[in-house]
Ligand binder design. Structure first.
Ligand code: HEC
Ligand code: HEC
Length: 333
């Protein structure tokens, strides 16, 4: 947003939202970057953007031959029509082996500083090995996959064009990672609004924005920045006792129990059910969880505190969250 637009935006918020609250200035101070546009994606120096790399990655992302029994692909769990997430609490892997975690959206995954729900994997390229090897996902081996795909002429020619070498573990992981970097979601109604389309949001949606940013609900203290996450790994009080211990699975430290990465809220209206285990069925259940102030786990973050909304405030908060839905996302290339 340029300075002039920024000024118009600030005035607009003061006029349309701030006026509903006693203070007009605090809202502007509280936006915490959610009014910033989605920046351009940067590609790693060792894996530059190329059309052939992305074409190869896209085909591989949708190819069931990556799984040991050739029944599922990445897209089985990261579904284009569901914001590259899922509508099941957890998707089964090969041979219908039950999964344990909810498949997150891959929208704007390019901007994440680390991957997985406890942030255990540093790059998109490295992340690809996880589902390939995981017993409850593909249960396969990247070298076997490369051998199985060796005779595919389309793959071989795209791999040559993109990386100057035949299909290999190197070109498979690089190309899928670059395809994932193209999954940019920046065409929601919220994006139009911050881009200067002042009348894009309804009064109800703007009231939802007021609640989202209010000190009372304080969603913005964790879900901030252009991607509606600060990427912290925290305990949001989902349970009193966690079956899946989150970050503590990795560190074995009791103070890390129940800590998960703060997820982006972009396209959240497409990605139910919610939380690491998909245990909350819809956004009203999510809001009820936060209003209750969490289940009081010893590691629960101090920002999760009880508060109360009226029925219409709940509807308005859901309406605001739904403005983050990007209808072009998941349909285009
Ligand atoms: C059987 C379902 C399933 C399949 C198949 C699958 N994923 Fe996932 N994916 C998940 C789940 C569940 C998680 C969260 C795992 C965790 O946090 O431990 C995840 C996490 C991710 C993440 C990290 C996202 C984040 O926000 O940190 C990326 C990236 C990803 N998957 C890409 C892929 C790619 C690429 C493939 C194919 C090579 C793939 N997935 C196949 C279920 C699946
Ligand atoms: C202390 C930080 C914090 C605050 C404050 C917070 N959240 Fe969250 N939020 C999280 C974490 C962490 C998760 C993921 C928990 C998990 O995976 O089990 C999450 C998950 C969510 C999800 C599920 C997204 C998904 O894709 O599964 C939604 C929706 C959500 N929060 C909305 C809100 C709203 C609305 C508020 C304000 C009422 C709020 N959050 C306040 C940390 C926070």
């Amino acid at each position: 947003m340029n300075v002039r637009q920024g000024f118009a935006f600030a005035c607009l918020l003061a006029a349309m939202v701030g006026c509903k609250d006693s203070s007009t200035s605090y809202l502007n101070a509280q936006l915490q970057g959610i009014d910033q546009p989605v920046p351009p994606v940067s590609y790693p120096e060792l894996n530059p953007f190329s059309a052939s790399s992305i074409a190869l990655g896209k085909l591989l992302f949708n190819d069931q031959r990556l799984s040991s029994d050739n029944t599922i692909s990445c897209a089985s769990c990261h579904d284009r029509s569901l914001g590259f997430a899922t509508n099941l609490p957890a998707n089964p892997g090969v041979e219908q082996r039950p999964g344990t975690r909810n498949s997150p959206s891959l929208g704007n995954v390019a901007f994440q500083p680390y991957f997985m729900r406890e942030g255990s994997v540093p790059t998109l390229e490295a992340q690809i090995l996880v589902p390939i090897q995981e017993h409850n996902e593909f249960d396969s081996n990247i070298l076997e996959i490369v051998a199985e795909l060796e005779g595919d002429e389309t793959y071989q020619s795209l791999s040559q064009a993109a990386y100057d070498q035949p299909l290999s573990a190197f070109t498979l992981t690089r190309s899928i990672a670059n395809f994932e970097r193209t999954l940019v979601s920046n065409q929601s109604r919220w994006d139009a609004f911050i881009g200067g389309e002042e009348f894009e949001l309804t009064d109800e949606e703007l009231d939802g924005l007021r609640i989202f940013t209010s000190e009372r609900a304080n969603c913005i203290s964790c879900h901030n920045g252009f991607n509606f996450t600060n990427y912290e790994i925290v305990n949001n009080g989902l349970y009193e006792v966690f079956q899946d211990e989150g970050l503590a699975n990795l560190t074995l430290r009791p103070e890390d129990e129940g800590k998960f990465k703060v997820p982006s809220l972009r396209n959240v209206s497409l990605t139910a059910p919610y939380m690491h285990d998909g245990s909350l069925a819809n956004l009203y259940e999510v809001i009820a969880h936060y209003e209750q102030g969490g289940q009081q786990h010893p590691n629960q973050d101090a920002r999760i505190k009880p508060f109360e909304l009226t029925f219409s405030e709940r509807d308005n908060l859901v309406a605001f969250l739904s403005t983050l839905e990007d209808d072009s996302f998941g349909q285009g290339e």
